[in-house]
Design a protein around this ligand. Sequence first.
Ligand SMILES: *Cc1c(COP(=O)(O)O)cnc(C)c1O
Length: 396
Amino acid sequence: MKQHIDDLAIFGGTPTFSSDLHVGRPNIGDREQLLARINDLLDRKWLSNNGPYVQEFEKRIAETSGVKHCIAMCNGAVALEIAIRSLGLSGEVIVPSFTFIATAHALQWQEITPVFCDVDRRTHNIDPELIERMITPRTTGIIGVHLWGRACDVDALTDIAQRHNLKLLFDAAHAFGCSYQGRMIGGFGNAEVYSFHATKFLNTFEGGAVVTNDDELAARIRLMKNFGFAGYDDVSYIGTNGKMNEVSAAMGLTSLESMDDFIDVNHRHYRHYLQELSNIPGITIQTYNEQERCNYQYIILEIDSERAKVSRDQLHKILWAERVLARRYFYPACHRMEPYRSYFPHAGLLLPHTVTLASQVLALPTGTGMRPEDIGEICRIIRLVVANGVEVSGRL
Ligand SMILES: *Cc1c(COP(=O)(O)O)cnc(C)c1O
């Protein structure tokens, strides 16, 4: 147990953990079930192209999200690109900069300009108050990101999109299984996009999906993700290959069966962190509204270096030395990554909250791979560091 700063690994002590604790270590469901499904699909010799597992997976995702259509894809980034293209977005699209780079890249990849909007300091989500002044004659849409699974201000965004005749898309990569005002995320805007990447709450190894209630849009997306094939020899649209394969769908179906367990574990870990990390000066743990459905996939701290007497980057370094592989999400923010940094070198002037959060946020490990005692130890290290803040900083 670390009681003195000399015990910290970074100052020569031994690391607290004998193996690395990762953020986003995969949640894996019932292995026997998964292997049985993989055996089945091998026997069937139907490995891709809208196989029975993909169809079943799409049905289950649509049901869970309360939407009419789910189109499963090979990953979330391609699902975003296809959703953007199928909605006919062009010119400029308003997006937060405080998000994973794929949100911006999915636009720029098709030569649509992401116009970066600041986020609300408290919710970390795009601030609807700031959107209208960013709309130009070239603007065709808005992409909201339900960051950490906490829903955007869907009502305000819907209202703005309607008044300005803009398309509204949600990057719901973090938000599978979460709700907004009691309604499941998935059915808002023109469409929403999930990621089922290995690091996400529910995974299909790699995978993603577009969900929508729009019949016509869903039909177009189905064509687009399969080269535009409308029949065996009939291509009716420009398309790409965004298909999910059967092994991924088998993993997804198996994950879905354990979804409630994943949420229970994440929720317990979240409550544990909350209890141990509340009331530390300069450290704020992001809370979830317990009235809503939530997957509790992210444990997010904000570190105010003035008050904590230690910076986010110093704490990050200390935790890594202890083999706690905390992550600086989303650092740098999109506008500080290429090509956006070169295109818009002064974008940060309009993004003060994004700039602050990118320097203060730290994600801690959680998920089914973590034991409660691991969380106790991580919190102990953080308390020790903050209690000795100035001295710790001085030695780094
Ligand atoms: C993970 C993620 C994506 C991309 O999903 P992939 O399945 O990894 O391609 C997009 N947006 C956000 C916010 C993400 O976190």
